[in-house]
Design a protein around this ligand. Sequence first.
Ligand code: ADP
Length: 479
Amino acid sequence: MNSRRTLVMTRWMLATCALAGIVLVSKKWLHVNPTTVALSLLLLVLILASEWGLRYAIVVSVLAAACYNFFFLPPFDTFSIADTQNWLALLAFLATSIIASRLSQRVRDEADDAKAHQRELDTLLRLSKELLQSESVSALLTSLPASAVAITSATAGYLYLIDGNRLYQAGSASVSEVELPHLAQLANSLTGTQRAGDDFQIPLRSGVRPRGLFVLRLPQLSNDTADAMASLISLALDRVQALENLARGDAAKESERLRTLMIDSITHELRTPLTSIKGAATTLLSGGVSAEDSRELLSIIDEESDRLNRLVSEAVEMSQLDAQQVQMRMKTETVEELVEESVEACAWVRSQHDLRIDVPPHLKVSVDPVFFQKALCNLLENAAKYSENGTLIVVSAGVANNRVSISVADRGIGIDSTEQALIFERFYRARNGTSVSSGTGMGLAITRAVVQAHGGDIDVVSQPGRGSVFTVTLPIASA
Ligand code: ADP
């Protein structure tokens, strides 16, 4: 506000100095004729009109006319005019400068309008590009307020949807739950964009049905742009909804295919422990087995039934993840907390290995803590299972390209490069791993499914005999 006032004062001072300068130079030093003076003053008025606007031009025109009369029209140094022709000259000067100023101002206004129009078109174009990038309703709803706030330079923005009474906020918006009924009422009653204080309230519709309300806090927005924004947002919502419906149809087919595949794989995998259990039980029943042998046979039955148990529960978990039947309950947590909780959940790893944790504090991710801990625990247990007791295991984390990465590194047996992509497939066990430790081959498949359900990815870098580094990358949680 202060800087604006200073600018206005400076302009007035400069305009007055320029006027005084022209009068002084023409009168004292150049002694030019009145026509030249009038043209110089007119030029000053035109420059002011085109650069700073009509206000400056009109005031300076009147002052210039007064100076012209006082200094350059006879009788000099008085405001009276002797000759009628000079009256006409003075009036012509005043009229010309005012008309020219108005014309110049009109051109200025039109240029400003065109620029504003261009800016709003740019905004709409950028918004539509942003909106087209989302492939799911949830991704679109979460990103929309933030994108709109960033693109329009608004200070705050929020999106309210009648369906599910949902609210998504960005910027400095802080709408509380208490206000939801009011928003619902507004969304149902508004027929066009309205301004409430600094807020532009834009109703969203699906056909003729009210769908919600989009609110942007910014100083200026034309109604046409607001309406175009409402149409863009509604179209984008319809588009992702249609995409999701299509994907759901495909997913149902895929889920059916996976279920069949799963049943085939499980039947195959169950056969091995069942054959061992059956063999051991038959031998025991046939009698004549020494005490030592029967102990060994019983421990085979014990181990294999544990394996069966693990296999069945992991298979159930995997098929639920495949069918997207599990509900992720996302929470923002620090990576430090998550790692500590996972280490606690598989405490045996620490008791048998030199476990080092190198995670920066305050690094946050948005995850379902229960599922994510399980995924981290799988990686820690694998690092421990496939390396010698007492060796070093390092859990580290960092940020790169706006994503958080969490790595578990071991100095174990490593994985052959030809098998590194395969170990994430269900039931796959690497050739060198089977002799080192028992397992189901499901752990990494589950881990990958969990990480992907969080919008992340998992990767491995490994060298046989040297060790492996499993890295999970996740989107960084906004503050
Ligand atoms: P499981 O450990 O039950 O066999 P996983 O799905 O967890 O099943 O792992 C699949 C395979 O990947 C393992 O059988 C093992 O061969 C290999 N693997 C996993 N983690 C490691 C690791 N840290 N070091 C070496 N090999 C590993």
